[in-house]
Write a protein that binds this ligand. Structure first.
Ligand SMILES: Cc1cc2nc3c(=O)[nH]c(=O)nc-3n(C[C@H](O)[C@H](O)[C@H](O)COP(=O)(O)OP(=O)(O)OC[C@H]3O[C@@H](n4cnc5c(N)ncnc54)[C@H](O)[C@@H]3O)c2cc1C
Length: 565
Protein backbone atom coordinates (compact mmCIF):
# COMPACT_ATOMS: atom_id res chain seq x y z
CA UNK A 1 0.00 0.00 0.00
CA UNK A 2 1.14 3.52 -0.70
CA UNK A 3 -0.16 7.09 -0.80
CA UNK A 4 0.58 8.76 -4.11
CA UNK A 5 0.66 12.49 -4.66
CA UNK A 6 -0.97 12.69 -8.01
CA UNK A 7 -3.52 15.42 -7.71
CA UNK A 8 -3.49 19.15 -7.00
CA UNK A 9 -6.42 21.56 -6.86
CA UNK A 10 -6.65 25.15 -5.65
CA UNK A 11 -9.93 24.61 -3.84
CA UNK A 12 -10.83 21.25 -2.33
CA UNK A 13 -14.39 20.73 -1.09
CA UNK A 14 -15.29 17.66 0.94
CA UNK A 15 -18.99 16.98 0.42
CA UNK A 16 -21.35 17.16 -2.54
CA UNK A 17 -24.55 17.94 -0.63
CA UNK A 18 -26.22 21.34 -0.91
CA UNK A 19 -23.47 23.08 1.09
CA UNK A 20 -20.55 21.61 -0.88
CA UNK A 21 -22.19 22.13 -4.28
CA UNK A 22 -23.16 25.70 -3.36
CA UNK A 23 -19.55 26.43 -2.42
CA UNK A 24 -18.21 24.98 -5.68
CA UNK A 25 -20.74 26.80 -7.83
CA UNK A 26 -20.06 30.11 -6.10
CA UNK A 27 -16.32 29.82 -6.75
CA UNK A 28 -17.06 29.25 -10.45
CA UNK A 29 -19.68 32.01 -10.59
CA UNK A 30 -16.92 34.41 -9.54
CA UNK A 31 -14.14 32.92 -11.64
CA UNK A 32 -15.03 30.51 -14.42
CA UNK A 33 -11.46 29.21 -14.43
CA UNK A 34 -11.36 28.46 -10.71
CA UNK A 35 -9.74 25.09 -10.05
CA UNK A 36 -12.30 23.38 -7.82
CA UNK A 37 -12.52 19.73 -6.82
CA UNK A 38 -15.42 18.23 -4.88
CA UNK A 39 -14.87 14.92 -3.08
CA UNK A 40 -17.81 12.81 -1.95
CA UNK A 41 -18.01 9.37 -0.42
CA UNK A 42 -21.20 8.71 -2.39
CA UNK A 43 -22.57 9.87 -5.72
CA UNK A 44 -23.56 13.54 -5.17
CA UNK A 45 -27.31 13.00 -5.47
CA UNK A 46 -27.16 10.37 -2.75
CA UNK A 47 -26.04 13.03 -0.25
CA UNK A 48 -28.48 13.40 2.63
CA UNK A 49 -29.63 16.81 1.37
CA UNK A 50 -31.67 14.83 -1.15
CA UNK A 51 -33.80 13.40 1.68
CA UNK A 52 -35.02 16.80 2.88
CA UNK A 53 -38.76 16.89 2.62
CA UNK A 54 -40.59 19.88 4.03
CA UNK A 55 -38.89 22.99 2.69
CA UNK A 56 -36.64 26.00 3.01
CA UNK A 57 -37.41 29.24 4.85
CA UNK A 58 -37.31 32.79 3.57
CA UNK A 59 -39.31 35.88 4.41
CA UNK A 60 -40.45 36.75 0.90
CA UNK A 61 -44.12 37.67 1.32
CA UNK A 62 -45.10 41.33 1.19
CA UNK A 63 -46.35 41.15 4.79
CA UNK A 64 -43.22 39.44 6.15
CA UNK A 65 -39.71 40.64 6.95
CA UNK A 66 -36.34 39.03 7.59
CA UNK A 67 -36.38 40.69 11.01
CA UNK A 68 -39.37 38.53 11.92
CA UNK A 69 -37.58 35.44 10.63
CA UNK A 70 -34.49 36.47 12.59
CA UNK A 71 -36.47 36.87 15.82
CA UNK A 72 -38.24 33.51 15.45
CA UNK A 73 -34.91 31.79 14.75
CA UNK A 74 -33.16 33.34 17.75
CA UNK A 75 -36.10 32.56 20.04
CA UNK A 76 -36.34 29.00 18.65
CA UNK A 77 -32.62 28.56 19.37
CA UNK A 78 -33.25 29.33 23.05
CA UNK A 79 -31.22 32.49 22.42
CA UNK A 80 -28.03 30.48 21.96
CA UNK A 81 -27.66 31.25 18.23
CA UNK A 82 -25.22 34.02 17.34
CA UNK A 83 -27.31 36.98 16.23
CA UNK A 84 -24.85 38.18 13.59
CA UNK A 85 -25.04 34.75 11.94
CA UNK A 86 -28.84 34.66 12.10
CA UNK A 87 -28.94 38.16 10.60
CA UNK A 88 -26.90 36.92 7.65
CA UNK A 89 -28.98 33.75 7.32
CA UNK A 90 -32.33 35.50 7.28
CA UNK A 91 -31.43 38.68 5.41
CA UNK A 92 -29.75 36.70 2.60
CA UNK A 93 -32.57 34.13 2.40
CA UNK A 94 -34.56 35.93 -0.29
CA UNK A 95 -31.55 36.11 -2.64
CA UNK A 96 -30.76 32.47 -1.96
CA UNK A 97 -34.26 31.42 -3.03
CA UNK A 98 -34.03 33.63 -6.13
CA UNK A 99 -30.70 31.98 -7.03
CA UNK A 100 -32.17 28.48 -6.65
CA UNK A 101 -35.16 29.54 -8.74
CA UNK A 102 -32.81 30.89 -11.43
CA UNK A 103 -30.84 27.63 -11.39
CA UNK A 104 -34.10 25.81 -12.17
CA UNK A 105 -35.54 24.61 -8.86
CA UNK A 106 -39.19 23.62 -9.31
CA UNK A 107 -40.73 25.39 -6.32
CA UNK A 108 -44.43 24.72 -5.74
CA UNK A 109 -46.38 27.84 -6.70
CA UNK A 110 -49.71 29.49 -5.93
CA UNK A 111 -52.32 29.96 -8.66
CA UNK A 112 -51.03 33.51 -9.29
CA UNK A 113 -47.49 32.23 -9.92
CA UNK A 114 -45.97 33.39 -6.64
CA UNK A 115 -44.03 30.86 -4.56
CA UNK A 116 -46.22 28.84 -2.19
CA UNK A 117 -45.14 28.97 1.46
CA UNK A 118 -46.31 26.61 4.18
CA UNK A 119 -46.38 26.91 7.95
CA UNK A 120 -43.49 25.37 9.89
CA UNK A 121 -42.78 24.97 13.59
CA UNK A 122 -41.83 27.97 15.71
CA UNK A 123 -42.42 30.47 12.89
CA UNK A 124 -44.84 33.34 13.33
CA UNK A 125 -45.58 33.43 9.55
CA UNK A 126 -45.90 30.94 6.69
CA UNK A 127 -42.41 31.28 5.25
CA UNK A 128 -41.33 27.80 4.16
CA UNK A 129 -40.90 27.45 0.38
CA UNK A 130 -41.11 23.89 -0.89
CA UNK A 131 -41.20 21.47 -3.79
CA UNK A 132 -44.15 19.30 -2.64
CA UNK A 133 -42.55 17.15 0.07
CA UNK A 134 -39.40 16.45 -1.98
CA UNK A 135 -37.66 19.78 -1.57
CA UNK A 136 -34.15 18.47 -0.94
CA UNK A 137 -34.36 16.01 -3.81
CA UNK A 138 -35.21 18.75 -6.24
CA UNK A 139 -32.68 21.28 -4.95
CA UNK A 140 -29.87 18.74 -4.90
CA UNK A 141 -30.54 17.62 -8.46
CA UNK A 142 -30.77 21.26 -9.55
CA UNK A 143 -27.36 22.15 -8.08
CA UNK A 144 -25.79 18.92 -9.32
CA UNK A 145 -26.96 19.74 -12.87
CA UNK A 146 -25.34 23.17 -12.55
CA UNK A 147 -22.12 21.56 -11.34
CA UNK A 148 -22.10 19.17 -14.29
CA UNK A 149 -22.79 22.05 -16.67
CA UNK A 150 -19.72 23.87 -15.35
CA UNK A 151 -17.55 20.77 -15.49
CA UNK A 152 -16.60 20.89 -11.83
CA UNK A 153 -14.19 18.06 -10.99
CA UNK A 154 -16.13 15.70 -8.80
CA UNK A 155 -14.42 12.69 -7.25
CA UNK A 156 -17.36 10.62 -6.13
CA UNK A 157 -17.05 7.43 -4.14
CA UNK A 158 -13.84 8.81 -2.66
CA UNK A 159 -13.49 8.73 1.10
CA UNK A 160 -11.42 11.34 2.97
CA UNK A 161 -9.39 9.89 5.84
CA UNK A 162 -7.29 12.87 6.93
CA UNK A 163 -6.90 16.63 6.69
CA UNK A 164 -3.20 17.40 6.44
CA UNK A 165 -2.15 20.44 8.44
CA UNK A 166 1.48 21.16 9.25
CA UNK A 167 2.55 23.96 11.60
CA UNK A 168 -0.95 25.40 11.46
CA UNK A 169 -0.98 25.53 7.65
CA UNK A 170 -3.40 23.54 5.47
CA UNK A 171 -1.54 21.34 2.95
CA UNK A 172 -4.13 18.96 1.51
CA UNK A 173 -6.18 15.87 2.24
CA UNK A 174 -5.71 12.11 2.10
CA UNK A 175 -8.50 10.15 0.47
CA UNK A 176 -9.08 6.81 -1.17
CA UNK A 177 -10.91 5.91 -4.31
CA UNK A 178 -13.42 3.26 -3.30
CA UNK A 179 -13.55 1.70 -6.73
CA UNK A 180 -9.82 1.15 -7.13
CA UNK A 181 -8.86 1.09 -3.47
CA UNK A 182 -5.94 3.48 -4.16
CA UNK A 183 -4.93 6.14 -1.62
CA UNK A 184 -4.04 9.67 -2.73
CA UNK A 185 -2.69 12.86 -1.27
CA UNK A 186 -4.62 15.71 -2.85
CA UNK A 187 -2.72 18.94 -2.43
CA UNK A 188 -4.67 22.16 -2.17
CA UNK A 189 -4.44 25.79 -1.25
CA UNK A 190 -7.72 25.81 0.57
CA UNK A 191 -10.37 23.46 1.91
CA UNK A 192 -14.13 23.63 2.43
CA UNK A 193 -15.52 20.99 4.79
CA UNK A 194 -19.20 20.28 3.96
CA UNK A 195 -19.66 16.74 5.19
CA UNK A 196 -23.17 16.97 6.69
CA UNK A 197 -24.57 15.69 9.98
CA UNK A 198 -23.79 13.01 12.53
CA UNK A 199 -27.28 11.75 13.44
CA UNK A 200 -26.24 8.13 12.97
CA UNK A 201 -24.36 8.26 16.26
CA UNK A 202 -27.78 7.51 17.76
CA UNK A 203 -29.72 4.28 17.25
CA UNK A 204 -33.08 5.80 16.33
CA UNK A 205 -32.41 8.34 13.58
CA UNK A 206 -33.95 9.91 10.51
CA UNK A 207 -30.50 10.31 9.00
CA UNK A 208 -29.00 8.46 6.05
CA UNK A 209 -26.50 5.72 6.88
CA UNK A 210 -23.74 8.00 5.58
CA UNK A 211 -24.40 10.74 8.20
CA UNK A 212 -21.56 9.71 10.44
CA UNK A 213 -20.01 13.05 11.37
CA UNK A 214 -16.85 12.47 9.34
CA UNK A 215 -16.07 16.18 8.98
CA UNK A 216 -16.28 16.78 12.71
CA UNK A 217 -14.08 13.74 13.41
CA UNK A 218 -11.51 14.78 10.78
CA UNK A 219 -11.47 18.40 11.98
CA UNK A 220 -11.29 17.46 15.65
CA UNK A 221 -8.31 15.18 15.08
CA UNK A 222 -6.70 17.95 13.01
CA UNK A 223 -6.96 20.25 16.04
CA UNK A 224 -9.94 22.42 15.07
CA UNK A 225 -12.39 23.57 17.78
CA UNK A 226 -15.83 21.93 17.83
CA UNK A 227 -18.76 23.99 19.09
CA UNK A 228 -22.03 23.11 20.91
CA UNK A 229 -21.83 19.40 20.10
CA UNK A 230 -24.11 18.53 23.03
CA UNK A 231 -27.13 19.71 21.02
CA UNK A 232 -28.69 17.00 18.84
CA UNK A 233 -32.17 17.70 17.59
CA UNK A 234 -34.81 15.05 18.06
CA UNK A 235 -37.57 15.41 15.49
CA UNK A 236 -41.10 14.85 16.80
CA UNK A 237 -42.40 12.69 13.99
CA UNK A 238 -40.54 9.63 12.79
CA UNK A 239 -41.98 6.24 11.90
CA UNK A 240 -41.15 3.52 14.40
CA UNK A 241 -38.08 2.61 12.31
CA UNK A 242 -36.83 6.22 12.42
CA UNK A 243 -37.79 7.32 8.88
CA UNK A 244 -38.88 10.94 8.88
CA UNK A 245 -42.42 12.20 8.43
CA UNK A 246 -41.90 15.86 7.57
CA UNK A 247 -43.00 18.72 9.75
CA UNK A 248 -44.71 19.84 6.54
CA UNK A 249 -47.41 17.26 7.37
CA UNK A 250 -48.28 19.32 10.45
CA UNK A 251 -47.62 22.50 8.46
CA UNK A 252 -50.38 21.43 6.08
CA UNK A 253 -52.71 20.93 9.07
CA UNK A 254 -51.97 17.45 10.49
CA UNK A 255 -52.98 16.72 14.11
CA UNK A 256 -51.17 14.83 16.85
CA UNK A 257 -53.52 12.54 18.76
CA UNK A 258 -52.98 10.33 21.83
CA UNK A 259 -54.76 7.05 22.61
CA UNK A 260 -57.74 8.93 24.08
CA UNK A 261 -58.23 10.74 20.77
CA UNK A 262 -57.03 14.02 22.35
CA UNK A 263 -55.04 16.73 20.50
CA UNK A 264 -52.63 16.78 23.40
CA UNK A 265 -50.47 19.69 22.18
CA UNK A 266 -53.11 22.01 23.67
CA UNK A 267 -51.62 21.10 27.05
CA UNK A 268 -48.05 21.98 26.02
CA UNK A 269 -48.18 24.77 23.42
CA UNK A 270 -51.77 26.12 23.38
CA UNK A 271 -50.97 28.90 20.91
CA UNK A 272 -48.77 27.06 18.43
CA UNK A 273 -50.27 23.56 18.99
CA UNK A 274 -48.63 21.02 16.60
CA UNK A 275 -46.40 23.78 15.23
CA UNK A 276 -44.47 24.50 18.38
CA UNK A 277 -40.68 24.22 18.06
CA UNK A 278 -39.35 20.71 17.57
CA UNK A 279 -37.77 20.20 20.97
CA UNK A 280 -41.04 21.05 22.71
CA UNK A 281 -43.24 18.89 20.46
CA UNK A 282 -40.83 15.93 20.70
CA UNK A 283 -40.77 16.14 24.50
CA UNK A 284 -44.56 16.39 24.60
CA UNK A 285 -44.96 13.21 22.51
CA UNK A 286 -42.39 11.41 24.64
CA UNK A 287 -44.24 12.43 27.83
CA UNK A 288 -47.60 11.31 26.45
CA UNK A 289 -46.13 7.88 25.74
CA UNK A 290 -44.24 7.71 29.04
CA UNK A 291 -47.33 8.64 31.04
CA UNK A 292 -49.42 5.91 29.45
CA UNK A 293 -51.33 7.93 26.86
CA UNK A 294 -49.47 6.47 23.88
CA UNK A 295 -50.83 3.72 21.66
CA UNK A 296 -49.43 0.32 22.63
CA UNK A 297 -47.16 2.35 24.97
CA UNK A 298 -45.02 3.01 21.93
CA UNK A 299 -46.31 5.82 19.73
CA UNK A 300 -48.94 8.48 19.09
CA UNK A 301 -50.88 9.19 15.91
CA UNK A 302 -50.29 11.83 13.27
CA UNK A 303 -53.70 12.27 11.70
CA UNK A 304 -53.92 13.73 8.18
CA UNK A 305 -57.29 12.29 7.19
CA UNK A 306 -59.18 15.58 7.50
CA UNK A 307 -56.86 17.15 4.87
CA UNK A 308 -58.50 15.02 2.20
CA UNK A 309 -57.01 12.87 -0.55
CA UNK A 310 -56.40 15.72 -3.00
CA UNK A 311 -54.31 17.82 -0.62
CA UNK A 312 -52.39 14.80 0.65
CA UNK A 313 -51.61 13.69 -2.89
CA UNK A 314 -50.59 17.15 -4.10
CA UNK A 315 -48.70 18.46 -1.10
CA UNK A 316 -47.47 15.32 0.66
CA UNK A 317 -47.12 12.63 -2.02
CA UNK A 318 -43.89 11.19 -0.64
CA UNK A 319 -45.27 11.05 2.92
CA UNK A 320 -48.19 9.03 1.63
CA UNK A 321 -45.82 6.63 -0.14
CA UNK A 322 -43.52 6.32 2.87
CA UNK A 323 -46.46 5.65 5.22
CA UNK A 324 -47.87 2.99 2.88
CA UNK A 325 -44.55 1.24 2.28
CA UNK A 326 -42.89 1.52 5.68
CA UNK A 327 -45.80 1.67 8.15
CA UNK A 328 -48.48 -0.16 6.17
CA UNK A 329 -51.01 2.68 6.54
CA UNK A 330 -52.54 4.95 3.91
CA UNK A 331 -52.76 8.40 5.57
CA UNK A 332 -55.82 9.20 3.48
CA UNK A 333 -57.66 6.51 5.44
CA UNK A 334 -55.71 5.94 8.66
CA UNK A 335 -53.54 7.93 11.07
CA UNK A 336 -49.76 7.38 10.94
CA UNK A 337 -48.03 5.87 14.01
CA UNK A 338 -45.14 8.17 14.95
CA UNK A 339 -42.62 8.84 17.71
CA UNK A 340 -39.57 11.12 18.02
CA UNK A 341 -36.42 10.31 16.05
CA UNK A 342 -32.89 11.85 16.20
CA UNK A 343 -32.64 14.25 13.32
CA UNK A 344 -30.15 17.08 13.26
CA UNK A 345 -26.69 18.04 14.52
CA UNK A 346 -26.82 21.61 15.79
CA UNK A 347 -23.16 21.67 16.82
CA UNK A 348 -20.15 21.35 14.57
CA UNK A 349 -16.88 22.89 13.45
CA UNK A 350 -16.61 26.41 14.86
CA UNK A 351 -16.71 29.01 12.04
CA UNK A 352 -17.59 32.69 11.62
CA UNK A 353 -20.10 34.20 9.19
CA UNK A 354 -17.56 34.02 6.36
CA UNK A 355 -17.24 30.28 7.00
CA UNK A 356 -13.68 30.72 8.30
CA UNK A 357 -12.40 28.21 10.83
CA UNK A 358 -9.54 28.77 13.24
CA UNK A 359 -7.00 27.53 10.67
CA UNK A 360 -6.37 29.90 7.75
CA UNK A 361 -7.52 28.41 4.47
CA UNK A 362 -9.96 25.95 6.05
CA UNK A 363 -13.63 26.86 5.67
CA UNK A 364 -16.70 24.95 6.61
CA UNK A 365 -20.44 25.09 5.81
CA UNK A 366 -23.67 23.17 6.17
CA UNK A 367 -24.66 20.73 8.87
CA UNK A 368 -21.09 19.87 9.92
CA UNK A 369 -20.41 23.50 10.80
CA UNK A 370 -21.52 25.60 13.74
CA UNK A 371 -21.73 29.19 12.64
CA UNK A 372 -24.15 29.19 14.94
CA UNK A 373 -27.60 29.83 13.51
CA UNK A 374 -29.50 27.09 15.33
CA UNK A 375 -28.21 27.39 18.89
CA UNK A 376 -29.89 24.83 21.13
CA UNK A 377 -32.74 24.02 18.74
CA UNK A 378 -33.03 24.43 14.97
CA UNK A 379 -36.30 25.55 13.41
CA UNK A 380 -37.46 23.34 10.54
CA UNK A 381 -36.61 24.74 7.10
CA UNK A 382 -33.62 26.71 8.38
CA UNK A 383 -31.06 24.08 7.63
CA UNK A 384 -31.51 23.87 3.88
CA UNK A 385 -31.31 27.65 4.02
CA UNK A 386 -28.08 27.47 5.99
CA UNK A 387 -26.49 25.16 3.39
CA UNK A 388 -27.18 27.53 0.51
CA UNK A 389 -26.43 30.81 2.30
CA UNK A 390 -23.25 29.73 4.07
CA UNK A 391 -22.21 27.27 1.33
CA UNK A 392 -22.04 30.26 -1.02
CA UNK A 393 -20.10 32.29 1.55
CA UNK A 394 -17.64 29.42 2.02
CA UNK A 395 -17.14 29.20 -1.75
CA UNK A 396 -16.43 32.92 -2.01
CA UNK A 397 -14.07 32.89 0.98
CA UNK A 398 -12.21 29.88 -0.39
CA UNK A 399 -11.85 31.46 -3.83
CA UNK A 400 -10.49 34.70 -2.35
CA UNK A 401 -8.07 32.76 -0.17
CA UNK A 402 -6.87 30.64 -3.09
CA UNK A 403 -6.08 33.77 -5.08
CA UNK A 404 -4.03 35.30 -2.30
CA UNK A 405 -2.08 32.19 -1.34
CA UNK A 406 0.19 29.69 -2.98
CA UNK A 407 0.42 25.94 -2.66
CA UNK A 408 2.51 25.15 0.38
CA UNK A 409 5.33 22.63 0.55
CA UNK A 410 4.57 19.58 2.68
CA UNK A 411 6.64 17.00 4.46
CA UNK A 412 6.40 13.30 3.74
CA UNK A 413 5.96 12.68 7.44
CA UNK A 414 2.24 13.48 7.46
CA UNK A 415 1.69 11.02 4.65
CA UNK A 416 3.78 8.28 6.17
CA UNK A 417 2.05 8.62 9.57
CA UNK A 418 -1.36 8.22 7.92
CA UNK A 419 -0.06 5.35 5.80
CA UNK A 420 1.18 3.60 8.93
CA UNK A 421 -2.17 4.08 10.66
CA UNK A 422 -4.18 2.73 7.72
CA UNK A 423 -1.81 -0.15 7.10
CA UNK A 424 -1.91 -1.29 10.70
CA UNK A 425 -5.70 -1.08 10.65
CA UNK A 426 -5.92 -3.15 7.47
CA UNK A 427 -3.26 -5.66 8.55
CA UNK A 428 -4.71 -6.38 11.99
CA UNK A 429 -6.05 -9.92 12.17
CA UNK A 430 -6.98 -10.29 15.85
CA UNK A 431 -9.55 -8.11 17.54
CA UNK A 432 -13.18 -7.10 17.45
CA UNK A 433 -15.38 -6.29 14.47
CA UNK A 434 -16.83 -2.78 14.16
CA UNK A 435 -20.52 -3.74 14.18
CA UNK A 436 -20.94 -4.61 17.90
CA UNK A 437 -19.03 -1.47 18.91
CA UNK A 438 -21.29 0.61 16.71
CA UNK A 439 -24.42 -1.03 18.09
CA UNK A 440 -23.31 -0.34 21.67
CA UNK A 441 -22.55 3.27 20.77
CA UNK A 442 -25.98 3.77 19.20
CA UNK A 443 -27.73 2.34 22.27
CA UNK A 444 -25.58 4.29 24.71
CA UNK A 445 -26.19 7.58 22.97
CA UNK A 446 -29.96 7.16 22.77
CA UNK A 447 -30.19 6.06 26.41
CA UNK A 448 -27.80 8.61 27.89
CA UNK A 449 -28.04 11.65 25.60
CA UNK A 450 -31.58 11.27 24.26
CA UNK A 451 -34.71 13.33 24.78
CA UNK A 452 -34.43 13.55 28.60
CA UNK A 453 -30.98 13.67 30.18
CA UNK A 454 -29.67 13.60 33.74
CA UNK A 455 -26.29 13.52 35.50
CA UNK A 456 -26.26 9.80 36.25
CA UNK A 457 -27.30 8.67 32.78
CA UNK A 458 -24.83 11.00 31.08
CA UNK A 459 -21.93 9.99 33.34
CA UNK A 460 -22.63 6.33 32.60
CA UNK A 461 -22.90 7.14 28.90
CA UNK A 462 -19.61 9.07 28.89
CA UNK A 463 -17.79 6.17 30.56
CA UNK A 464 -19.28 3.72 28.11
CA UNK A 465 -18.14 5.88 25.18
CA UNK A 466 -14.59 5.88 26.62
CA UNK A 467 -14.74 2.08 26.84
CA UNK A 468 -15.95 1.87 23.25
CA UNK A 469 -13.07 4.08 22.13
CA UNK A 470 -10.68 1.66 23.80
CA UNK A 471 -12.39 -1.31 22.15
CA UNK A 472 -12.02 0.51 18.83
CA UNK A 473 -8.21 0.41 19.25
CA UNK A 474 -8.46 -3.32 18.45
CA UNK A 475 -11.00 -3.16 15.68
CA UNK A 476 -10.43 -5.52 12.76
CA UNK A 477 -11.38 -5.30 9.11
CA UNK A 478 -12.36 -8.64 7.62
CA UNK A 479 -12.24 -7.53 4.02
CA UNK A 480 -8.62 -7.29 2.93
CA UNK A 481 -9.52 -6.55 -0.69
CA UNK A 482 -9.06 -3.27 -2.50
CA UNK A 483 -12.21 -2.83 -4.57
CA UNK A 484 -15.19 -1.31 -2.75
CA UNK A 485 -13.83 -2.07 0.68
CA UNK A 486 -16.92 -0.87 2.54
CA UNK A 487 -15.69 -2.69 5.61
CA UNK A 488 -12.85 -0.15 5.79
CA UNK A 489 -15.30 2.73 5.20
CA UNK A 490 -17.55 1.55 8.06
CA UNK A 491 -14.57 1.35 10.42
CA UNK A 492 -13.32 4.83 9.56
CA UNK A 493 -16.88 6.17 9.96
CA UNK A 494 -17.12 4.52 13.35
CA UNK A 495 -13.92 6.26 14.43
CA UNK A 496 -15.50 9.60 13.52
CA UNK A 497 -18.75 8.76 15.29
CA UNK A 498 -16.93 7.79 18.46
CA UNK A 499 -15.20 11.17 18.42
CA UNK A 500 -18.56 12.89 17.96
CA UNK A 501 -20.09 10.90 20.85
CA UNK A 502 -17.11 11.77 23.07
CA UNK A 503 -17.32 15.50 22.27
CA UNK A 504 -21.10 15.46 22.87
CA UNK A 505 -20.59 13.96 26.33
CA UNK A 506 -17.87 16.46 27.24
CA UNK A 507 -20.11 19.41 26.38
CA UNK A 508 -23.32 17.95 27.84
CA UNK A 509 -22.38 16.88 31.37
CA UNK A 510 -21.18 20.25 32.75
CA UNK A 511 -24.12 22.12 31.15
CA UNK A 512 -26.27 22.06 34.27
CA UNK A 513 -29.38 23.62 32.75
CA UNK A 514 -32.07 22.78 30.20
CA UNK A 515 -31.92 24.55 26.87
CA UNK A 516 -33.55 23.32 23.66
CA UNK A 517 -32.42 19.84 22.77
CA UNK A 518 -30.34 19.55 25.95
CA UNK A 519 -33.15 18.84 28.41
CA UNK A 520 -32.12 17.74 31.90
CA UNK A 521 -34.61 16.38 34.37
CA UNK A 522 -32.22 17.30 37.21
CA UNK A 523 -31.89 20.92 35.98
CA UNK A 524 -35.17 21.63 34.17
CA UNK A 525 -34.71 25.42 33.90
CA UNK A 526 -32.71 27.49 31.44
CA UNK A 527 -29.88 29.24 33.32
CA UNK A 528 -28.70 32.36 31.50
CA UNK A 529 -26.53 33.46 34.43
CA UNK A 530 -24.24 30.46 34.12
CA UNK A 531 -24.78 28.83 30.74
CA UNK A 532 -25.57 31.51 28.21
CA UNK A 533 -22.45 30.48 26.30
CA UNK A 534 -21.24 28.12 23.59
CA UNK A 535 -19.23 25.04 24.52
CA UNK A 536 -15.97 24.53 22.64
CA UNK A 537 -14.14 21.20 22.64
CA UNK A 538 -10.65 21.02 21.22
CA UNK A 539 -7.88 18.43 21.30
CA UNK A 540 -4.75 19.44 23.15
CA UNK A 541 -1.18 18.43 22.32
CA UNK A 542 -1.59 15.10 24.16
CA UNK A 543 -4.69 14.19 22.22
CA UNK A 544 -6.98 14.93 25.19
CA UNK A 545 -10.28 16.78 24.72
CA UNK A 546 -10.34 20.16 26.45
CA UNK A 547 -13.58 22.05 27.16
CA UNK A 548 -13.84 25.83 27.12
CA UNK A 549 -16.61 28.34 26.46
CA UNK A 550 -17.26 31.17 24.06
CA UNK A 551 -19.66 34.13 24.36
CA UNK A 552 -22.87 34.21 22.38
CA UNK A 553 -23.01 37.15 19.94
CA UNK A 554 -25.96 39.37 20.84
CA UNK A 555 -27.05 42.25 18.59
CA UNK A 556 -30.50 43.76 19.07
CA UNK A 557 -32.51 40.82 20.45
CA UNK A 558 -32.58 40.73 24.25
CA UNK A 559 -32.30 37.12 25.50
CA UNK A 560 -35.31 36.04 27.60
CA UNK A 561 -34.99 33.88 30.68
CA UNK A 562 -38.12 31.88 29.92
CA UNK A 563 -39.65 30.79 26.61
CA UNK A 564 -43.36 30.27 25.93
CA UNK A 565 -45.22 29.08 22.81
C1 LIG B 1 -34.85 13.01 6.35
C2 LIG B 1 -34.42 14.44 6.47
C3 LIG B 1 -35.27 15.46 6.08
C4 LIG B 1 -34.87 16.79 6.20
N1 LIG B 1 -35.73 17.78 5.81
C5 LIG B 1 -35.34 19.08 5.89
C6 LIG B 1 -36.19 20.12 5.43
O1 LIG B 1 -37.27 19.90 4.93
N2 LIG B 1 -35.74 21.39 5.56
C7 LIG B 1 -34.53 21.70 6.08
O2 LIG B 1 -34.18 22.88 6.15
N3 LIG B 1 -33.69 20.71 6.48
C8 LIG B 1 -34.07 19.42 6.39
N4 LIG B 1 -33.20 18.43 6.80
C9 LIG B 1 -31.83 18.79 7.16
C10 LIG B 1 -31.04 19.09 5.90
O3 LIG B 1 -31.46 18.26 4.85
C11 LIG B 1 -29.53 18.88 6.10
O4 LIG B 1 -29.10 19.53 7.25
C12 LIG B 1 -28.72 19.42 4.93
O5 LIG B 1 -29.26 18.99 3.70
C13 LIG B 1 -27.26 19.04 5.05
O6 LIG B 1 -26.60 19.40 3.88
P1 LIG B 1 -25.02 19.34 3.78
O7 LIG B 1 -24.66 19.83 2.43
O8 LIG B 1 -24.43 20.02 4.96
O9 LIG B 1 -24.67 17.80 3.95
P2 LIG B 1 -25.16 16.49 3.15
O10 LIG B 1 -26.22 16.76 2.18
O11 LIG B 1 -25.43 15.48 4.20
O12 LIG B 1 -23.87 16.08 2.34
C14 LIG B 1 -22.70 15.61 2.96
C15 LIG B 1 -21.69 15.28 1.88
O13 LIG B 1 -20.43 14.99 2.49
C16 LIG B 1 -19.86 13.85 1.88
N5 LIG B 1 -18.97 13.21 2.87
C17 LIG B 1 -19.19 13.01 4.19
N6 LIG B 1 -18.12 12.41 4.75
C18 LIG B 1 -17.20 12.23 3.77
C19 LIG B 1 -15.90 11.65 3.72
N7 LIG B 1 -15.31 11.13 4.80
N8 LIG B 1 -15.27 11.64 2.53
C20 LIG B 1 -15.83 12.14 1.41
N9 LIG B 1 -17.07 12.69 1.41
C21 LIG B 1 -17.74 12.74 2.57
C22 LIG B 1 -21.06 12.99 1.52
O14 LIG B 1 -20.72 12.09 0.49
C23 LIG B 1 -22.05 14.05 1.05
O15 LIG B 1 -21.84 14.37 -0.31
C24 LIG B 1 -33.59 17.10 6.70
C25 LIG B 1 -32.73 16.07 7.07
C26 LIG B 1 -33.16 14.76 6.99
C27 LIG B 1 -32.21 13.68 7.47
Amino acid sequence: MQISESKTHDIIIIGAGLAGLSAGLEALENDENADVAIISKVHPVRSHSGAAQGGINAAIRFDDSWKGHQYDTVKGSWFLADQDAVRVLTSEAKDAIARLDKYGALFTRNEDGTLAQRAFGGQSRNRTCFVADKTGHNLLHTLFEQAVKRNINIYWEWFVTKIVIEDGVFKGIIAFDLVKGEFYFIRGKTLVIATGGAGRVFGQSSNALINTGDGVGLAYRAGLPIEDMEFFQIHPTGLLNGILITEGARGEGGHLINKDGERFMKNYAPKYMELGPRDLVARSIHLEIREGRGINDEYVHLDLRHLGEEKITNRLPQIREIAIHFAGVDPVKEPIPIRPTVHYTMGGIDVNVDAESEIPGIFCAGECSCVSVHGANRLGGNSLLETVVFGVRAGKSALDYSKENKLHEYSDESLSTELKRLTSLLDRTKGERAAPIREDMEKTMINSFGIFRNEKLMQEGAEKVMELRERFENVIIDDKGKTYNLDLVRVLELENMLDVAHICAIGAIPRKESRGAHFREDYPEMDNDNFFKHSIVKRDGNGEAKLSYKDVTVEDIEPLSEIKY
